[in-house]
Design a protein around this ligand. Structure first.
Ligand code: MF3
Ligand code: CO
Ligand code: CO
Length: 272
């Protein structure tokens, strides 16, 4: 399907129905999607490498070095490095860190930790963005449940994806599942369009009402990246680095992120 031609035909209809439709520049061409797919393949390989090597006793800087070296070896660029002044090639967020943890030599992975590694790869100008959770040794039942429910919430969000679904369907699926399990959803940070740039429109909230919000058209590429807390959803920004977000109550936080594209039949995961 020619996604731009489809947009030109279908967008006026949804508009006449009174529904919010994406701008035309939020629709990617088949060539652009192929470029993002290639960036995603590399990004997946990098996160696989992290999965194979992460262990108790290593520092988060060691993880960053793995990510940096693997990215360069694949003729790619780590999008995080230098992005708005971010000093490292990936984000490593441990335990009560919600996101944007900065890798450093002093943070040593220890038994019972849970950590998110968030990696974005630029290849031939195209961006793919994904993150995964890792556990170090045996973790608490609460931490294990948090990771499970966070992954399930992303899976449930994916199930809502089809042409002309609504942004609110995604957020509803995530928050409903997490609340049912006694967890909370961070509201301040969301998913985003991605592909030609790091962060594009639309903003993808991880909470919302079904059948509300932007109508999603084939050819739209964006991330879904729920951040789920065991306690309060309230968070704060570390004033010492202006990057790292923590849970306000010190409870655990987990996150997983995929880059996806809406296709003419449903969706495809471009980075996991
Ligand atoms: N990868 C993060 C996201 O999912 C963004 C990290 S920005 C950085 O959007 F500068 F902290 F790397
Ligand atoms: Co993202
Ligand atoms: Co990311």
């Amino acid at each position: 399907m020619d996604y731009l031609a489809n947009y030109d035909e279908m967008a006026p209809r949804y508009k006449k129905l009174g529904m919010p439709v994406p701008r035309r520049d939020m629709i990617k061409t088949a060539e652009q999607i192929e470029g993002i797919r290639q960036a995603g393949i590399i990004n997946n390989k990098i996160l696989d490498l992290v999965a194979d090597n992460i262990k108790i006793g290593m520092s988060t800087l060691d993880i960053d070095n793995l990510v940096y070296n693997a990215t360069i070896e694949n003729d790619a660029i780590p999008a995080c490095l230098g992005f708005e002044g971010f000093p490292k090639s990936c984000c490593t967020s441990i335990n009560d860190q919600v996101c944007h943890g900065i890798p450093d030599a002093k943070t040593i992975l220890k038994q019972g930790d849970i950590i998110n590694v968030d990696c974005t790869t630029i290849y031939k100008g195209f961006y793919a963005d994904a993150s995964r959770m890792f556990q170090l040794g045996l973790i608490s039942d609460e931490a294990a449940k948090l990771i499970r429910v966070t992954k399930e919430s992303l899976e449930l969000a994916l199930k809502t994806l089809k042409p002309y679904c609504r942004l609110g369907d995604i957020g509803y699926a995530i928050e409903h599942h997490c609340k049912q399990n006694g967890f909370s959803v961070v509201h301040e940070i969301g998913g985003h369009g991605v592909g030609i740039d790091f962060h594009e429109d639309p903003y993808v909230a991880h909470y919302g009402k079904r059948d509300t919000g932007l109508v999603l058209f084939p050819g739209m590429v964006f991330t879904i990246e729920p951040m789920i807390n065991t306690g309060t959803r309230k968070v704060f920004l570390d004033a010492s680095n202006n990057w790292t977000i923590y849970t306000m109550d010190g409870g655990l936080s987990a996150q997983v992120e995929h880059t996806v594209v809406i296709t003419d039949t449903g969706f495809e995961i471009l980075a996991y």
